[in-house]
Design a protein around this ligand. Structure first.
Ligand code: ATP
Length: 326
């Protein structure tokens, strides 16, 4: 009920009468009044005026299940939401839900992660109250080898959503990082469960530094948050909803051919290392090359010093700018 009240208040320019809310929600006036009071206690600024009704003056950065539901504008992505104040990792939780049969598009969001993860067992710093930690569960009917492309589809969606929300110059560092002012703003971690040659489910986890005022010393050089770059506090629920909307669109374009040909141009336009010298770090060796852009399979095309072009796939590889992280 609270989610519906939030939605109705936001969609209305002026006041929404108590009567209107009662009729739509099919509850008593007292029930509406109680729910509005709870919302006020949670931090929403809602004005209540006799004979006129309720009006949303301001909604600050609040992350609750109801807030997320009220913001979501999608058909399936993020239509089923699990929210946690604290969790070990949203990806781990999504996997458990995947095993229990959770449906395509289920979204898990947490205020804090005690064991946030990056690639190759690395840690993702996940303090409370300031960032986005979310994982979406997907059940695509595609060969497992094609699943890594979904990381790029989410990377593009996150970049597009963040760009639309902030109007900042958001970029992508292939394959899985979002960059702002040459620093890492967000990371994406894809994991999956397969059976024979089929995908059981894919989990795409996204961590975004939104309102962090400060980062651990060892990260400060190469990472940043929206707040550190702009001085502004942003509404995480709105960002999540925008990214889900973009992802729904991009997922559909991906599924049309089962590859990234329809997303390739947009992705390359945001690629920070496009047509730049990069350092490729593989498990056994490091070398410099010239990055051209991704192909329709999501591989990064690079030209090596002898002039040959090769396609590298994400797996165990890191790419850096030759003068620093990005
Ligand atoms: P590479 O650039 O080597 O490919 P990566 O992008 O694959 O790295 P991930 O595994 O996605 O890195 O993320 C883990 C790494 O990200 C950590 O080792 C740490 O350096 C950095 N990191 C951890 N927490 C955060 C955070 N909140 N914001 C930005 N960077 C972080």
């Amino acid at each position: 009920m609270k989610a519906q009240i939030l939605k109705m208040l936001r969609e209305s320019e002026g006041f929404v009468s108590g009567q209107q809310l009662c009729e739509v929600l099919r509850v008593s006036r007292t029930a509406v009044w109680k729910a509005v009071n709870q919302l006020k206690e949670e931090g929403y600024q809602i004005e209540a005026v006799r004979n006129r009704g309720y009006h949303m003056v301001d909604s600050p950065d609040i992350l609750t299940r109801e807030e997320l539901i009220s913001m979501m504008d999608t058909d399936w992505a993020g239509q089923k939401i699990y929210y946690f104040d604290e969790i070990d990792s949203t990806n781990t939780c999504a996997k458990q839900l995947g095993e229990q049969g959770a449906s395509h598009g289920t979204l898990i969001v947490a205020e804090e992660q005690s064991a946030g993860r990056g690639r190759r067992g690395r840690t993702w710093e996940s303090p409370a109250g300031s960032s986005i930690y979310m994982s979406i569960l997907l059940r695509p009917e595609i060969p497992p080898v094609n699943a890594p492309m979904l990381t790029l589809a989410m990377g593009l969606s996150a970049a597009e959503g963040l760009q639309e929300y902030t109007s900042l110059d958001i970029q992508i560092k292939w394959p899985n990082d979002i960059i702002l002012n040459r620093k890492k703003l967000a990371g994406i971690l894809t994991e999956m469960s397969t059976e024979m040659d089929c995908i059981n489910y894919v989990i795409i986890g996204t961590g975004i530094n939104v309102n962090m005022k400060q980062l651990p010393a060892e990260l400060a050089k190469k990472a940043t948050s929206l707040r550190l770059e702009t001085g502004r506090i942003m509404r995480r629920s709105e960002i999540i909803a925008l990214i889900m909307k973009k992802f729904e669109k991009n997922y559909q374009l991906f599924m049309e051919n089962g590859d990234l040909r329809r997303l390739q141009e947009e992705y390359n336009n945001l690629l920070i290392t496009r047509e730049k010298e990069v350092r490729i770090i593989e498990s056994q060796e490091e070398y410099d090359a010239y990055a051209l852009g991704i192909n329709e399979k999501g591989e990064l095309l690079v030209r090596e010093s002898d002039g040959t072009t090769k396609a590298i796939s994400s797996g165990e590889i890191s790419v850096r700018g030759i003068y620093g992280y990005a």
